[in-house]
Design a protein around this ligand. Structure first.
Ligand SMILES: [Zn+2]
Length: 368
C-alpha cells in the first residue's frame, strides 16, 4: 500500500536573503522591510546604515528624475593586477553582487524640481574605491555641471583609491580636483555629502572641496585609519575622532544632517546656491574663442611652482605670494609674504567679470 505523504505548500524559489539586520550600534534586531521604510536609520538608536547608490538616489532626488549617464564605463586591468584573485575577477564579483558596473553612478536629476548633476558612490562595490572609472565619472559630472551651469552634488562613500589600479587610481585625485577647481573658478555650486565612510584618496581629493560640505551623523570621515594616525603622532586620539560630529565641532564640516532631513536641507541649500551667469568670452587675440574657463593645467602648475620654489635672489621682496607681472597689483610696493594682502583691490564691479583672469589672480592673492 503506497504511503500518502502530506502535501506541503510548494517552497518559494527565492526568499529574501536577509530578512533581519542586527544594528551594530545597539544590537537591536531590525526587520529589513521596516528598516527600508525609515531610510535605513535604526529606530532605537539612530544608527545610519550604509546605503547603496540606488537607495541613495531614491531617497535624495525627485522620483523618476534621475537619468544616468556613462552607465557603460567599466574598469580595465592595465596592470594585470593579481592578489588572491585577479582584478577582473574581483570586478566581476562586485558587479554580480551589486548590479553596478563600478563604484559610482552619475547623471542629471532634480531635487524639489531644482535641476542638479549628481554623482553617487556605492561602498558595496569594492569598498567604493576610486579607480579610473570613478574618477572619470566624478570628472564628467563636474564638467557637465560646469557646461550647463547646474549645481553639482556628490555623495561620497569610499575607502579610498583602488589599489588594483595602482598609480592610475592616484591620478584620479588630481583629475577630480582639477575638475572641481574649474567649478569654483566659474561660480558653479558644488555640494559634497560625506556619508559613512569617506576616507583615503576620496577624502583627500574632491569630497572635502564642496562649497558646502555636509555629512550624515556618526559617519567615519578621515584620511588614514585611527590606528595609523595614533601611531604617527604617538598620542592618544580624542573620543569621537574622525566622526562627523567631531569634524563639525572643529570646523571641518558645515553641517551634520539626519538622513530624514537631508533631501529638504539640500533643496534649501540649492535655492541659496545659484550658479553665476556664464562669463562673456573675452575678445581680442588673447581671448579664448571657445569661451572656456580660465583654468589651465600649465598655468596652474607654474603658479604652484612659483609658490613652492625659493624666490629668485635677484628679485627684491620675493615673489612667493603669487604676484606676477601683469596681475592686478603690478605697482604695489614689495611686501613680506606673511603680511595680509589687504592692498589687493576687490573685483571692480559686482557684475560678472568680462575677463575672469584678474578675478582668479585676486583670489589667489587673497589666499596667498
Ligand atoms: Zn540601533
Amino acid at each position: 500500500m503506497p504511503i500518502k505523504l502530506p502535501s506541503f505548500r510548494p517552497r518559494r524559489d527565492a526568499y529574501p536573503p536577509d530578512l533581519w539586520t542586527k544594528c551594530p550600534s545597539c544590537g537591536e534586531m531590525l526587520f529589513n522591510k521596516q528598516l527600508d521604510k525609515v531610510l535605513r536609520v535604526c529606530p532605537s538608536c539612530g544608527n545610519h546604515f550604509r546605503l547603496s547608490a540606488a537607495a541613495r538616489l531614491e531617497m535624495l532626488v525627485d522620483q523618476g528624475s534621475f537619468a544616468e549617464r556613462d552607465g557603460g564605463l567599466e574598469s580595465e586591468d592595465p596592470l594585470g593586477f593579481v592578489d588572491q584573485k585577479t582584478y577582473p575577477d574581483r570586478v566581476a564579483a562586485a558587479q554580480l553582487a551589486t548590479g553596478m558596473r563600478d563604484a559610482a553612478v552619475w547623471g542629471s536629476a532634480a531635487i524639489h524640481a531644482t535641476p542638479i548633476v549628481i554623482c553617487v558612490m556605492d561602498f558595496g562595490f569594492m569598498g567604493g574605491s576610486m579607480g579610473a572609472v570613478v574618477g572619470e565619472k566624478v570628472t564628467r559630472a563636474a564638467e557637465h555641471a560646469l557646461a550647463n551651469r547646474i549645481p553639482l552634488l556628490i555623495v561620497a562613500a569610499s575607502g579610498g583609491a583602488r589599489m588594483q589600479e595602482g598609480t592610475l587610481s592616484l591620478m584620479q585625485l588630481a583629475k577630480t580636483v582639477g575638475a572641481i577647481e574649474r567649478l569654483r573658478v566659474d561660480g558653479v555650486p558644488f555640494v559634497s555629502l560625506l556619508s559613512d565612510p569617506t576616507t583615503g584618496g576620496v577624502f583627500a581629493s574632491f569630497a572635502v572641496l564642496g562649497d558646502v560640505n555636509i555629512a550624515e551623523p556618526n559617519a567615519l570621515i578621515g584620511f588614514a585609519g585611527a590606528r595609523v594616525t595614533a601611531g604617527t603622532i604617538a598620542q592618544e586620539l580624542p573620543p569621537g575622532f574622525q566622526r562627523s560630529e567631531f569634524l563639525f565641532s572643529h570646523g571641518f564640516l558645515d553641517r551634520v544632517i539626519h538622513r530624514s532631513e537631508l533631501r529638504d536641507e539640500i533643496a534649501t541649500l540649492l535655492r541659496f546656491l545659484v550658479a553665476r551667469p556664464a562669463p562673456v568670452p573675452p575678445e581680442g587675440p588673447g581671448g579664448d574663442p571657445l569661451g572656456l574657463p580660465s583654468f589651465r593645467a600649465i598655468s596652474f602648475l607654474s603658479n604652484l611652482a612659483e609658490r613652492v620654489l625659493p624666490p629668485d635672489p635677484d628679485e627684491t621682496g620675493g615673489s612667493t605670494n603669487g604676484h606676477r607681472p601683469g596681475s592686478v597689483t603690478p605697482s604695489a610696493p614689495p611686501e613680506p609674504p606673511a603680511e595680509p594682502p589687504a592692498a589687493v583691490p576687490p573685483p571692480a564691479t559686482a557684475a560678472p567679470p568680462v575677463d575672469p583672469a584678474p578675478r582668479v589672480a585676486a583670489e589667489e592673492a587673497e589666499r596667498g
